[in-house]
Structures are given as C-alpha cells and as structure tokens.
Design a protein around this ligand. Structure first.
Ligand code: CP
Length: 312
C-alpha cells in the first residue's frame, strides 16, 4: 500500500480484515518489520485513541515513533501557491513536508475540517498538501472528510460481533452542542457500502450528508422506524452539510437511549458526551461495543502500517 488516505486505498477488505484478526491474536508477530524505520505522527487537532493506538500499532511493528502536536507547536503552515507570506503563516507546506520526509519513513496526519469553507475542506488542503510534497507515504489519522482508520476498526468490530448473514446496521445522528465534522460518518457510510448488510442512515431533516457519499443508501428521517430490528446502531453527531458547519437542531429526543437500543449492539467512535449524545445506561451496558471499537483501532492501524511498511 502506498498511502492510506481513504478506504479506497484498500485492495481487498476481506483479506485485510482477516490479516487484522491474525495481528490481534499475535500483535508482535512482525515486531522486526519496522526496524530502522520511523513514523512521524502530526496532530493538527486533539486526539486520545488515534494518537495512542497508532503509536501502539507502530511499536508492535518495531517502528520508531515521533509525535508532534503540529497545531500548537509547529510553525503556522501556508498552503497557497505563490502566496506572499507577509501575514500569519511562517512556513510553506512545500518545505515542511519535504523536511519531515528527511526524518520519517511514513507521515501520519490528523487535520480536521474547519467547517466554515466547504470547498477548502473538501480539497483536503493539509492531507493533500503533505501527499503532494512529502516523499514518503501518508497515513490519514482523520482528515476534513474522512476517518478511514476508524471505519476499518468499526468494520472489524461488527465482524467480530455479528451473528447474522446480513445484519441490519443503522447510523443514527444524535444531538451535540458543538458543530462537528462529517469525517467519521462519511467513512462509516463508505465502509458500510462494502459490507453485506442492510444499512440505513437516520437523521433529522437538514442533516443530509454529502449526497455523493450517501448515493444509493436508505435514509429515514423517522428515527424510531429506522431503528426497528437493528442489529448494530452506530451513533454520531455531525453538523449540517447543506448549511455547511451549522448546528440546526439540538433536539434531545434524538439522544440514544436504552429503550431505543432494544437488543442491538451500540457503537460510537468516542469521545462521546454522556446524556447528550447517548444516555449512561447505553454506554454502561453489555451491548456497548465502544471499548472494543477503541481496542480495534490498534489492529486497524497495525494492518495498514504493515501494508505500507512492506511497500517501502
Ligand atoms: N475516535 C477517535 O478518532 O478518537 P480520538 O479523536 O480520541 O483520536
């Protein structure tokens, strides 16, 4: 694998998931693969799971790890071509990406959507800037429009907990006080398109995701109807896509409750706001897969890093 920018970089999902399962059973099986190689993880935004699970995955493969909170500790980067840099930015992506490529054999990037300029967010200036100017592979650790490591961990988690030939999986919007990006939901949808599952998205009117991503997917604005007979319910907030980055609705009746969950398994990528997005009784019950999802982040990252290192 050259880069992991989106789930489109996966050749065979079935094979990849089988290999991830084997790594989970024996995480140190390839502990010498990354010897004398270094991965640099650059965070333009906060993280708990991605930061620690990707480090853990890299260490399991014998890679050296450098982590930098680029958003708070790096020079403010310029991405424009031909910009006269007499304002706030101090270093151009052209130099920064090439310089980091001198120190690292792989670069992981976390850079969220700004949620004010749709066109800018969709052009993935940070991720694509590094892809363009770095001379080493790039790993997406959540970008403006996608979180493919989370989606892979979620697919692994569903496979491990599924008991049916064709389970029903529901992605349900939930309220949140802040405007959140679409990345997690987008990648979950893209991943579900590759699964043999009955997949339904439910959200209030106005919260339609990018129609290019949800093309062909059932969308039901009646949450109760959408959740009927669900086997897996993945809950996530996102801001409006049409009225880009706006919070249009904080209707608490969309919060996930134990009653709505029924017999389904509950999924959320975390972090989650208790009793706003989902009530305590759901997170604290045996049907919650959130900790398994977080654990599978390590093996999702590890199989992707293994594929990238094997291609170096
Ligand atoms: N789910 C996820 O990506 O968590 P972090 O934001 O803590 O990395």
């Amino acid at each position: 694998m050259k880069n992991y920018l989106s789930i489109n970089d996966i050749d065979s999902l079935t094979t990849l998931m089988e290999e991830a399962k084997a790594l989970k059973e024996n995480p140190r099986a390839f502990s010498n693969l990354g010897t004398n190689k270094t991965i640099g993880l650059l965070f333009f935004n906060n993280s708990l799971r991605t930061r620690l699970s990707t480090q853990k995955a890299a260490m399991n493969l014998g890679l050296e790890v450098i982590v930098m909170n680029f958003g708070s500790e790096g020079w403010a980067l310029e991405y424009g071509d031909g910009t006269i840099m007499n304002q706030g930015t101090s270093e151009h992506i052209k130099e920064a990406a090439q310089v980091i490529s001198q120190y690292c054999d792989i670069i992981g990037i976390r850079a969220f959507a700004g949620l004010t300029d749709k066109e800018k967010d969709e052009s993935e200036v940070v991720l694509n800037g590094f892809k363009k100017y770095a001379s080493v592979p790039i790993l997406n650790m959540e970008s403006s429009v996608g979180h493919p490591l989370q989606a892979l961990a979620d697919a692994i988690t569903i496979a491990e907990n599924n008991t049916k030939k064709r389970p029903k999986v529901v992605l349900s919007w939930a309220p949140h006080p802040k405007a959140l990006p679409h990345a997690v939901a987008n990648s979950f949808v893209e991943m579900m398109k590759l699964q043999d599952a009955e997949f339904v998205i439910t959200h209030p009117k106005g919260y339609e995701l990018n129609p290019e991503i949800t093309d062909g997917i059932t969308i039901e604005t009646d949450q109760e109807k959408a959740l009927e007979n669900a086997d897996f319910i993945s809950v996530k907030n996102w801001s409006s896509y049409a009225e880009y980055g706006q919070v249009l609705n904080q209707d608490p009746t969309w919060m996930m409750t134990k009653e709505k969950l029924g017999n389904a398994k509950f999924m959320h990528c975390l972090p989650v706001r208790r009793n706003v997005v989902v009530e305590d009784a759901v997170l604290d019950c045996d049907q919650s897969l959130t900790i398994e999802q977080a654990n599978n982040r390590t093996f999702a990252a590890q199989i992707i890093l293994k594929k990238i290192v094997e291609n170096l």
